[in-house]
Write a new protein. Structure first.
Length: 766
């Protein structure tokens, strides 16, 4: 039986409670605090479900009591004004029970702060009550802070409660107090859905959300001003029947519900960088939505910051801010000025109210209409004139969805971008001018987009293909852009997938001289125009590009993607093609009628020349090079390369005997000569071929070398080699019936600088 008396200082008493008086706090112990601010720390491991203080233990003079509980399957706590003496000002109960936590209650007369926190299982109902010092029947005004963590619900009773801290309270938190002037602050932490809070008497309410959560509904019937600050992505609702002002702020997105239950609300002010998403169109008396102090910007994902996204009624004026504001409205009677930032106004009508106006302001602003409304506004008349006068300052027209319709882009503004989601429909735009961007976000396979003919000498149209482009090969349909000289195509894959697939698009534009492709997704492009001089896909970083050209009449420069996997077929070109790949495995074909310059990339390229004199440099990688039918110059580059030839090409090959293809860097034992059909040449014939060439004069021509090799080959069928003048010559005779070199069906190749004669087994393949 201990009697412990404190001093004049701030004393701390530590004790334990264990069943059958096994702890340090036992029956008949007496703890007497002194003149300071004294604290009792009590560790309770008693297996009894209800908190039991040992019989006849007495306490006095204690200001702070802290209880830590473990143990029982269902820990219940009931603390009254006499449990630890009448002077307790701060009570803290922390429960770490491993299997369950029951109902908790505290009824104290002098306490200013009471806290119930579970670190394991949620409490049942928590009740915190401030009583009058003289009678428990009367509610007191001492308590100002209540804290509850993990509970089914919470009831807080006190006339002076100004701060409530809640975390993971699944049901409703109710604050009950007498009428009067009182400001209440609610601090909501944690990431668990909560049941909201009701206070029928607070005259000002501030909700601070610091954990990503669905808070529930804040109901404050007497509050005239309500403040909600979200510093984590949160969902909140406000019902404040008498509030005239709602202030919304914070650093993260607040998805808010504020409807008809806020009948007196006239002003909503939004501040901070977090952004608010809300439909306030049912707030009948809302006169002003003021976003001027907000810097919120897209994307409105909820994970970082989000734009302000509001649906407003026709009698609400909007003052925009420096961030991004998204306003949806009908036939408004008020001024909506979106201010700075890249804003969006979604207008559901074609005629505003008599005093209504919508202004985009600074930034790149978007006017969003339904396709049908855009068609209506394309018709000249009073409706079009009134709308164009009232709705100004927008750079982008969003017509929502591609449809079988004709829309005049000049009808309701001066737009440099038109955007929509793709669909199986023939969309037509008139009023298009140079510099226009056409933006299609994939929704379904598109059919066609057609503009009017643009008649300038150097017109530019930008085509933006967006959306989920990696899931499958998205089909955007045909873009008919008559009269345009430069077409810039940009792809933007919203999935950021590491495995991109080529989207599909057809370009119809006979005037196109330049096509540029860029973005984080590939493109399979069909364009049959003949005026193209530049095709540049160097801005494509994934999946590469595919293009089969038309019969180009002018020399062209072609640049592949930085990702590789390009398929660039310019075999139909009637003019010289200079083609350059940079990376990856590519399939490259030059003009089939005139010489081309083709430069491979760092990967495994398959390169094919035409009938002219092609200059081919394959670059790094184990490339396959087919020169075609001209006297080609081929360089394999690093790694083991294959140089391919076939008899069909030989028929149209060199214009006279002595014409030959040149391989500048053939490495015997590493590179390969590939022929469609090969027949071995016996060693004696190979020896005879070399002897015949060796016997030639040093001034002999290529024609003389070819004839000497052909005549020395008795079988007149197969491949033979001979060195001459520091080079090696290769003769492939494809027809055993001929006894001399035949232009129509023999292939003659010069291996520059090769003095070691290649071997049939090591260097020739079918």
């Amino acid at each position: 039986m201990d009697t412990v008396t404190g001093t004049a200082s701030n004393d701390v008493f530590n004790g334990t409670v264990v069943a059958a008086n096994a702890g340090t706090l036992n029956s008949f112990d007496a703890i007497v605090g002194g003149l300071g601010t004294d604290t009792l720390n009590l560790a309770v491991s008693d297996a009894t479900a209800a908190l039991t203080i040992p019989a006849s233990a007495t306490f006095s003079g204690l200001e702070n009591v802290s209880i830590s509980r473990t143990g029982a399957a269902t820990n219940t706590t009931a603390i009254t004004n006499t449990t630890f003496g009448t002077g307790v000002k701060t009570l803290s109960v922390t429960d770490a029970g491993a299997t369950g936590a029951g109902a908790q209650s505290a009824v104290l007369a002098a306490a200013t702060s009471i806290s119930f926190v579970s670190t394991a299982n949620a409490f049942d109902a928590v009740t915190i009550t401030d009583t009058d010092a003289t009678t428990t029947a009367t509610q007191g005004s001492t308590l100002n802070t209540a804290t509850v963590t993990k509970a089914a619900s919470a009831a807080i009773n006190g006339n002076g409660v100004t701060t409530v801290n809640i975390n993971a309270v699944a049901g409703l938190t109710t604050v009950t107090s007498a009428a009067g002037t009182r400001a209440l602050t609610i601090n909501a932490s944690g990431t668990t859905t909560q049941g909201g809070l009701t206070d029928a008497q607070a005259t000002t309410a501030t909700l601070n959300v610091t954990g990503a959560q669905d808070f529930g509904t804040l109901t404050v019937a007497k509050a005239t001003t309500v403040n909600v600050n979200t510093n984590a992505a949160a969902t909140t609702a406000v019902v404040a029947a008498l509030a005239t002002t709602l202030n919304l702020g914070g650093t993260n997105l607040n998805t808010l519900t504020a409807g008809a239950g806020n009948a007196a609300l006239t002003t909503i002010n939004v501040t901070g960088s977090g952004g608010v998403a809300a439909d306030v169109s049912a707030v009948a008396n809302l006169a002003t939505l003021d976003l001027s102090a907000s810097t919120a910007a897209a994307p409105a994902s909820g994970s970082l910051t989000g734009a302000n996204t509001f649906t407003v009624g026709v009698n609400t004026a909007v003052i925009g801010g420096a961030g991004q504001d998204r306003i949806s409205v009908g036939a408004t009677n008020k001024a909506i000025a979106l201010g700075a930032g890249n804003d969006i106004a979604t207008v559901s009508v074609t005629a505003l109210g008599a005093l209504g106006s919508i202004t985009g302001g600074d930034g790149t602003d978007t006017l969003k209409l339904s396709n049908a409304n855009a068609v209506t506004l394309s018709t000249a008349g009073a409706v079009q004139t009134a709308f164009a006068t009232a709705v100004t300052g927008f750079e982008t027209l969003d017509i929502t969805a591609q449809a079988a319709s004709t829309i005049d882009l000049d009808a309701v503004g001066t737009f440099n971008t038109v955007k929509f989601t793709s669909a199986a429909a023939a969309q037509v735009f008139t009023g298009a001018a140079t510099g226009l961007t056409i933006e299609s976000t994939y929704s379904a396979a598109g059919t066609s987009v057609t503009t009017n003919t643009i008649t300038g000498a150097s017109d530019v149209i930008n085509v933006s293909l967006k959306g989920d482009l990696s899931t499958a090969a998205r089909v955007f349909g045909t873009f008919a852009l008559p009269g345009v000289e430069t077409v810039n195509i940009a792809l933007d894959d919203s999935t950021a997938s590491t495995t991109a697939q080529k989207a599909t698009m057809t370009l119809t534009d006979a005037n196109a001289t330049t096509i540029n492709v860029s973005g984080d997704n590939g493109l399979n492009l069909t364009h049959t125009g003949t005026a193209l001089t530049t095709f540049n896909a160097s801005g494509v970083t994934k999946a590469g590009v595919t293009l089969t050209s038309g019969a180009l009449t002018t020399d062209s420069v072609v640049t592949g993607s930085t990702s590789g996997t390009d398929v660039l077929d310019f075999s139909a070109a009637l003019a010289k093609v200079t083609m350059t790949a940079t990376a990856g495995a590519n399939t490259l074909k030059g003009s089939s009628t005139i010489g081309s310059v083709i430069n491979g990339g760092t990967g495994v390229d398959t390169i094919t020349g035409g009938s002219g004199v092609d200059t081919i440099s394959a670059g790094a990688g184990e490339d396959v090079i087919t020169g075609g039918t001209g006297n080609d110059i081929m360089t394999g580059g690093a790694n083991a390369d294959t140089f391919a030839f076939d008899a069909a090409a030989a028929a149209a090959n060199h214009s006279a005997i002595g014409g030959f293809d040149t391989i500048t860097d053939f490495v015997a034992g590493t590179d390969k000569l590939q022929f469609l059909t090969v027949t071995d040449v016996v060693s004696v014939e190979q020896t005879a071929v070399q002897a015949a060439v060796t016997a030639l004069a040093s001034t002999s021509t290529a024609a003389q070398i070819a004839n000497a090799m052909a005549n020395a080959n008795a079988t007149d069928l197969g491949v033979s080699f001979a060195t001459f003048g520091g080079d090696t010559y290769v003769l492939y005779e494809t027809n055993g019936a001929n006894t001399t070199f035949t232009v129509a069906d023999d292939i003659f190749i010069k291996l520059t600088g090769v003095t070691t004669v290649p071997t049939f087994a090591a260097d020739v393949t079918a």
